[in-house]
Structure formats: C-alpha cells, structure tokens
Design a binder for this molecule. Structure first.
Ligand SMILES: [Zn+2]
Length: 81
C-alpha cells in the first residue's frame, strides 16, 4: 500500500506514521508522513505513531480528502488566540 507523505509529498510504500500536535486538548496538527519525516518529527519532540494496520490507516481517509493544500505549516501560528 502506498501513500503520499503530507510533509515532503513523496510517494512511499513504507508504513505511514501519524504525527499529531496538541495544545490544551486542541489538535493543531494531524498528518501522515513517511518514515524519514517521522524521524524528524520525533527529533523535534512531536508525538509520532506508527500506523500498524491498514484498518487504522483507512480511518484517516476522510482527513486526507479534506486537506488539499500541498504544504502544511509544521509550527503552530504565533498568535492562535
Ligand atoms: Zn516525508
């Protein structure tokens, strides 16, 4: 199964990783990335979850369809409130 990394836009056949960022219970970031981007996210201290089963990956299909922007900022906006 292949997917497009949400960070570097490369098609990879490796298992996707999900990177999420939360601030006060609000999810600021939730995207599927490739293994190397996941490693980078980990080094930045972001929670990174390996997508083990296809069942769980299918759950995020709606999220993928929703986001059609090519790039998403990794860092949260400076003034969110
Ligand atoms: Zn990537």
């Amino acid at each position: 199964m292949e997917f497009v990394c949400r960070r570097c836009n490369h098609i990879t056949k490796q298992k996707p990783y999900r990177v999420t960022t939360e601030d006060g219970g609000v999810v600021l970031l939730n995207m599927l990335v490739c293994a190397s981007c996941a490693r980078l996210a980990k080094s930045l201290g972001l929670p990174t979850v390996k997508m083990e089963s296809a069942k769980r990956a299918a759950k995020t299909k709606g999220v993928q369809a929703m986001t059609d922007s090519k790039r998403q900022p990794v860092q949260p906006p400076p003034s969110i409130r």
